[in-house]
Design a protein around this ligand. Structure first.
Ligand SMILES: [Fe+2]
Length: 245
């Protein structure tokens, strides 16, 4: 079985469309989406249409999806708030209904791995470094699951737990799963990378070979930026895309 794992699309149609083109050659059986379909960028309806048309899909909600559904974004940054308000205005009923149908993580997929938006214990947690991962590794041990994919930070990064005590950071592009280790993997963000690299990111997990490929690709950022400005979304949201911040 081959899974493609994506997160934090954030209404970025140019990047999402290119992602679907790229995976055509990757023999993917199932798509996994870790939430945040909307927010920040200018094409929420189009991105929802793309994702909702996928038949072999497992998906959970992100905090921006939740904010749009419940009109509740008190703890968001000013830029994020602006984008949520704009998104609520522009969303079709069909798109809103789709966002409402999304469930909160974590979710266990095919009895093989778990998925969550922020973390396994709280969808709003940020697993920014290995120092924040203890509760998630304990969750994996308790649930006898070796691996979880998470998003929310928009950083493409992975952590492993060895001998149930030593936690390591992995920055390799290829991760070969080892039987006695546990893993937390962030595939990166489709729509707004923040690890100082403007290229979009995703992961491919092959269960036959126990191999995870961590992938980056360039997309036409300038098209997304132009649309952000044209729709009078905050200028910073356009600027940050080219910085990867
Ligand atoms: Fe996000």
């Amino acid at each position: 079985m081959r899974y493609a794992i994506i997160s934090d699309i954030h209404s970025n149609l140019e990047s999402l469309a290119l992602f679907f083109k790229i995976i055509k050659n990757l023999k993917i059986n199932k798509l996994i989406c870790l939430g945040d379909l909307v927010g920040y960028n200018p094409n929420p309806n189009e991105c929802i249409k793309f994702i909702s048309s996928i038949t072999n899909l497992e998906i959970i909600r992100g905090n921006h999806d939740r904010a749009v559904v419940y009109n509740d974004y008190y703890d968001f940054s000013e830029y994020a708030k602006e984008a949520v308000k704009w998104t609520i205005k522009i969303l079709t009923k069909e798109s809103m209904d789709y966002l409402k149908s999304l469930v909160r993580g974590p979710k266990i997929i095919d009895n093989i791995f778990a998925i969550c938006h922020g973390s396994l214990v709280d969808e709003d947690n940020y697993l920014l470094s290995k120092h924040y991962t203890t509760d998630d590794f304990n969750w994996l041990i308790k649930n006898k699951i070796q691996l979880s994919f998470f998003g929310h930070t928009h950083y493409q990064i992975a952590f492993s737990l060895e001998n149930e005590k030593s936690i390591n950071t992995i920055k390799d592009n290829v991760i070969m799963l080892e039987k006695d280790k546990y893993y937390l993997i962030n595939p990166g963000s489709i729509g707004q990378p923040r690890d100082n690299n403007p290229k979009a990111g995703f992961a491919v997990f092959d269960t036959e070979t126990s191999r995870i490929d961590i992938i980056r690709y360039e997309y036409p950022i300038n098209l997304t930026q132009n649309k952000i400005l044209k729709n009078h979304l905050p200028e910073f949201l356009a600027y940050r895309l080219e910085l990867g911040k």
